[in-house]
Design a protein around this ligand. Structure first.
Ligand code: PMP
Length: 378
């Protein structure tokens, strides 16, 4: 039996998303910038999708920018903020466990001469928030912390960190990569004390290649691209109407089921923890209070890649670490205290509401079989 357990890498587009995309491709295919009725229709469709994303974040509709995905949103947030606010305030603060798209954007700032402070997580999230805020001073223009770690499911103390940091420096711009939390872990923009929030379509049952960046009213961003007046001139280029309306439709559907999905996936994850923990040599690496949608575990004596391929050959799909690093280790697991030898043996399982108890049983029995065939036969 096959089981897709890699929903943190990407999700299957929902029926609602596909229907909305097909409609945009076959009927409402005008250019939103065109002045005739076909253009107006496309513009209205884009704005309706914008309203859906805004409502899901609890923000004003006109402060949502559509992008090609979270990678672009993160780059826009980090580089765009530094371009506007970093002329004199030359310090920026982030964590050591961010997604590659945030990490690389901060590396770019470092190459531009910014002082980049990368704060490592602590055992206690309160302590982590304090340490993060302590790194912010009056010369800091930007601080960025993700909401849910994509490799382990840790929920980071964004609100506490940003609140304390803004107390130290009220001019500070705060950014949160909320990709793995959006439509999964309940939050509203105001709760996080964030000025910029990144979300991605394909993690919430929309198609790949669309994301959004929310920016608080009054926060100015330097543009990465230069061209027309689309998206307020901050993100020029003809809007990808099909991707955007699909994103809106997927989010609309997900908002209706948020609580049920969370409860359901939480129970699936608990079952998975229980059954995997009962196997000799398996260690759960995700925290008990982490995201209900992500579970990372290590299988002593089996390399991640070996186990991943063993499972994939039997139609069970998981990740080793994060999918974005193409199997290469990002170092994030070690930052959360997982030693090198276990990080090499770590697998990430990630759920959605379409997963079933049978999927978990299939995974668990195949992990046992992998141990018997790959370790015990050596
Ligand atoms: N941030 C996080 C936390 C992610 O998990 C991902 C996707 N793996 C991204 C950013 C990048 O998203 P996208 O694929 O939309 O560029």
């Amino acid at each position: 039996m096959s089981a897709y357990l890699d929903n943190a890498a990407t999700t299957k587009p929902s029926a609602e998303c596909v229907k909305a995309m097909c409609h945009a491709l076959t009927e409402h295919y005008g250019n939103p910038s065109s002045l005739h009725s076909m253009g107006l229709q496309a513009q209205l469709d884009v704005d309706a999708a914008r309203a859906q994303i805004a409502a899901a974040l609890g923000v004003e509709t006109d402060s949502i920018l559509f992008t090609s995905g979270a990678t672009e949103s993160n780059n826009m947030a980090v580089l765009g903020t530094a371009a506007r606010y970093g002329k004199r305030a030359r310090r920026v603060v982030t964590t050591t466990v961010e997604h590659a798209s945030v990490r690389a954007a901060f590396d770019t700032l470092e190459a531009q001469g910014f002082e980049v402070i990368r704060v490592a997580p602590c055992e206690s999230m309160d302590e982590f928030a304090e340490k993060f805020a302590a790194a912010v001073d009056e010369n800091t223009c930007l601080a960025s912390m993700m909401l849910v770690n994509n490799e382990t499911g840790h929920i980071l103390p964004v609100k506490a960190a940003f609140t304390a940091a803004k107390k130290k420096n009220p001019k500070l711009i705060t950014h949160c990569d909320a990709v793995q939390g959006f439509m999964k872990v309940p939050f509203r923009a105001a709760d996080l004390q964030a000025d910029l929030i990144t979300v991605s379509g394909h993690k919430v049952h929309a198609a790949k290649g669309v994301g959004a960046l929310w920016h608080k009213k009054g926060v100015k961003l330097g543009a990465l691209l230069h061209g027309g007046e689309q998206e307020g001139g901050i993100r020029p280029g003809t809007e990808s109407v099909p991707l955007i309306v699909g994103f809106g439709a997927a989010v609309k559907k997900m908002r209706e089921t948020l609580d049920d999905r969370r409860t359901y996936c939480s129970a699936l994850r608990n079952t998975c923890i229980e059954k995997l923990s009962a196997i000799d040599g398996i260690r759960i690496q995700s925290p008990a209070n982490g995201s209900p949608f992500i579970l990372s575990f290590s299988a002593k004596g089996l390399r991640s890649e070996t186990l991943l391929h063993f499972l994939a050959e039997r139609d069970v799909f998981v990740s080793s670490g994060s999918a974005c690093s193409k199997g290469k280790q990002s170092g994030v697991l070690q930052q959360f205290g997982i030693p090198d030898n276990l990080a090499d043996s770590t697998i990430r399982v990630s759920f959605c509401a379409e997963n079933t108890a049978e999927d978990i049983d299939t995974l668990v029995s195949l992990v046992t079989l992998a141990q018997q065939t790959l370790i015990h036969k050596r």
